[in-house]
Ligand binder design. Sequence first.
Ligand SMILES: NC(=O)c1ccc[n+]([C@@H]2O[C@H](COP(=O)([O-])OP(=O)(O)OC[C@H]3O[C@@H](n4cnc5c(N)ncnc54)[C@H](OP(=O)(O)O)[C@@H]3O)[C@@H](O)[C@H]2O)c1
Length: 298
Amino acid sequence: MILVTGATGRPGSAVIREFVRHGDPVRALVRTPAKAAELQALPVVDVVVGDMLRPDSLSAALEGVDRVLMISGAGPDMLETQCTFIDAAKRAGVGRIVKFSGDDHFTGWDAEKFRSTRNHEQVQRYLLASGVPWTVLRPSQFMEAYFEEVPDIVARGELRLPLGEAALVPIAIDDIASIAHSVLTGDGHEYTTYRMSGPQALTGAGVAADIAAAIDRPVRYVDVAPQTKRSEWLGRGYPPPRADAFVELFDERRKLGTAKVNVATHRRFGIEPTTFHEFAARHAAVFRGERAYRSAAA
Ligand SMILES: NC(=O)c1ccc[n+]([C@@H]2O[C@H](COP(=O)([O-])OP(=O)(O)OC[C@H]3O[C@@H](n4cnc5c(N)ncnc54)[C@H](OP(=O)(O)O)[C@@H]3O)[C@@H](O)[C@H]2O)c1
């Protein structure tokens, strides 16, 4: 059996949908039963309730599990959450843990510099030392991260980010989900790190142009000062540690310039990389404010 944690979240739910699309059985770990109705309705999905921070709650989830995709939120408790979970999975005899990590794909990027990216490195070191066979997935910024900017796109026709002229290489979560499905169901992926990005380096202006084309309305990129954006994020309900983490991250991104495209993993698994243009067109209703999106701000 294959277990996916974080199954109610953005990447986790996309991976579950990919299993459903293939008709492959999968178990979904859910911490908050109230969020599980959508998953419960899907065929081939075995929904199990448990908390990765409470090993005693994980017996049913881990029973008979050979492979796990380990995802939890990027908040300050990620290190403890995932290390606790690795211990529980090891005790239960899990044969491989696929860690969902991240990567900014800049030359000179130092993941140890920031709490959230450092925590991924720390979890990876813990996983490697655990002796459990592993795989690491390292996607770039999600294209879905731009859904967070829908309120300004709709109200002001502006994409307001403290990004300067830097270019990022965002990737569609559905591409990551297809790759994760192949890695989880296939053999020979032990002790391998798969880095992956979207197919283009895009500045804020480039992203704004693709969104404008998709929604057929003008969208202007505005390079806002980091502290201005911090206030705007707080106004939208981001907890201060999350707003602060983003300000640090964007500060570094604007210094480092242009991130590097890496679609070798897409090619390795025969997946055509989704362009931002295609992504924006597919989600035009979200960018127009006509359809809700799943926010990671809470
Ligand atoms: N945002 C990006 O652009 C980006 C890019 C690359 C990598 N990443 C990485 O992607 C990962 C997911 O981030 P996200 O913001 O997309 O997450 P998300 O949608 O908020 O999903 C997180 C999931 O983890 C679950 N979870 C958290 N703590 C748990 C616990 N103790 N026990 C069981 N389940 C728990 C949450 O359950 P509840 O619903 O109950 O809270 C939720 O289902 C993070 O590691 C992040 O660093 C993000």
